[in-house]
Design a binder for this molecule. Sequence first.
Ligand code: G3P
Length: 215
Amino acid sequence: MQLYLDTANLDEIREAASWGILSGVTTNPTLIAREKGADFKQTISEIAELVNGPISAETISLDAPGMINEGLEYAQWHPNVIIKVPSTTEGLKAVYELAKRDIRTNVTLCFNAAQALMAARAGAFIISPFVGRVDDTGVDGMQLIREIATIYRQDRAITTLILSASIRHPRHIIDSALAGADIATCPFKVLQQAMRHPLTDRGIEQFLADWKSRT
Ligand code: G3P
């Protein structure tokens, strides 16, 4: 399973990229808005220079023609830009039309496996089920990943990648990989948490203490 960073913060992207673990980046309007004063096009272009992999940029139109126009524009910014559209029937139309022009899409805000199946049929490059937000409703979000993985693997014609989104903690990363996700997109904080373990820290302290006390 590949790891993407779910952020528009260039410092976080630069740091995680230096760990050698980043295969791509996802953004959304909320994450872009969090970077006060940043220009959307410039931010996406700079991310594409930092990470050699798919960079998702989200459309804000509600209708297919608007999404397609935005997608055609974003696609010119860098060959690695992936056009994010919502899991709606208008989103499906945009996926279908953009795919005809070899423009890759990420269908976001996916909350049931039927949406994922339809996105794949329309030609989505990536489907983004929101695990954490499903968990928030009291339903097991990881079950959504399992269902989509089962449905996709039963049909060889489907090549859509399953991207586990709305990741809230390191356990989500592990369970996404076990459930069959191709990618997990993670907040920077969760990637940091995932590499921390008290026994690792204690082990380092003990090794250093023993090293200093050697005779
Ligand atoms: O990739 C989608 C993700 O940004 C949503 O996460 O934490 O806002 O549910 P969250």
